[in-house]
Each structure stands twice: as C-alpha cells, then as structure tokens.
Design a protein around this ligand. Structure first.
Ligand SMILES: [Zn+2]
Ligand SMILES: [Zn+2]
Length: 212
C-alpha cells in the first residue's frame, strides 16, 4: 500500500514530525508527546525516548498497513533491529529484507524516523511546550538529596582511604564509623547550622540577614 497524506485531521505543523503524523494518521501524537514530556520528573520521557516512541508508532502503522501480523513487543524489537548500534549488519539486512518481503516500505519508513533533536524542536517550536519549572518544594528536596549523596560519597572515600592505609600498616584502628557533618556559619551572627537544617529552615533568620 502506498502511504499518502491524509486529509481531514491535518498536521498541526509542517515540520518532519507534523508531516509524519499526517502521513501515518497519528492524530493523538502531539498530545501524547506533550503529556509524556511534561510529566513530573522521574515519570518524564526524555526527547530520546520520545523519538523512539514516534518512530515505533510510524513503524507500527507501516506494518499494519502492510497487514503484517505482529506480537506484543515485536514492533519495538523490529525497531531495535533496524536502529540499534549493537545489532550486526547481517541481522539488520535480514530484518529489512523480511519487512520488504512483507510489503513494508522500509526505506520510506526509515527516512521518516525522527531524531531527538527534531522532537525537541517540534515540542518547543511547533507546539510551544515547555518543561515546567520544578516547584520550590522539589528544588528544596533536590538540594537535600544532592547534599546527602555528597555526604555518602565523602564517607565512602574516607573509609576507603583509611582501609587502604590500614592494609599498608600505615595506620591502625579497630571498628570505626565515619561521621560527615557539613556546617554553614552565618558571617553576620556566627550562628552555625548543618546543611540540612539550613535548607529546612530556609535561612539563618538573624536580624542582619539582608537576603531572605
Ligand atoms: Zn512540528
Ligand atoms: Zn545569621
């Protein structure tokens, strides 16, 4: 079957993704992309993952139009065989040959595949989407997490160093704990806080503090 531009639900833009959405009838694509991209951190799709999502959608439609029956996960696997650097060229040729034999216009489909940069341009340029700024609460939590990770790392490097020196008989200690405390001293009132406390109380709050 020859892929053709669909009338009616026209593409929202004329960039490569807009044209592909029209050509493959991916009417919900823009909504899907924006929704997945703007989820809260952790759930959010990267533009690389979204490019894969777009390309797998293209491939799925092309296979459906050629009446190729596929099992769950098979489109994803075919996509991987076509694109993954770890796949041997022999396997890739075989995959393309099989698709062509089944009537899938492989060359056309591959030339319609999009890059993560194209996805980014489509999201920010054509759709005007932007990633929401993290909330104040989230920023604070990230700060606490970052400092916590730094403390763990400091503790790990410290005990590694002690253990190395001990193995070399350059120091001797029995069981021990490494305690890492990062303190911040206010130059104005000389109050001291652990980093965590300061982050939690949101400042020193002494009279002379000029910044809130
Ligand atoms: Zn676009
Ligand atoms: Zn102070």
């Amino acid at each position: 079957m020859e892929a053709s531009d669909q009338p009616g639900d026209g593409p929202s833009c004329s960039c490569k993704i807009g044209r592909a959405a029209g050509r493959y009838g991916l009417t919900a694509l823009d909504d899907d992309l924006v929704r997945r991209w703007t989820r809260t951190a952790g759930d959010r799709f990267s533009t690389r993952q979204l490019a894969r999502y777009v390309n797998e959608s293209i491939l799925r439609v092309a296979m459906e139009r050629a009446d190729v029956r596929y099992r769950d996960g098979e489109v994803e696997n075919v996509y991987r065989l076509l694109t993954d650097d770890g796949v041997s060229s022999g396997t890739r040729v075989e995959t393309r040959t099989n698709l062509e034999r089944d009537g899938v216009p492989v060359e056309r489909v591959e030339s319609d595949f999009v890059s993560h940069q194209t996805v980014h341009n489509h999201l920010t340029g054509c759709l005007g989407a932007s990633l929401a700024e993290p909330s104040d609460e989230e920023r604070r939590r990230r700060g606490v997490d970052r400092l916590g990770a730094l403390r763990s790392r400091t503790a790990a490097v410290t005990s590694d160093t002690i253990d190395q020196l001990e193995r070399a008989d350059l120091l001797s200690i029995g069981e021990y704990n490494v305690l890492v405390t990062v303190s911040i001293a206010c130059e104005n009132c000389h109050g001291q806080f652990t980093a965590r406390t300061l982050l939690e109380r949101g400042g020193c709050h002494c009279d002379g503090s000029s910044e809130s």
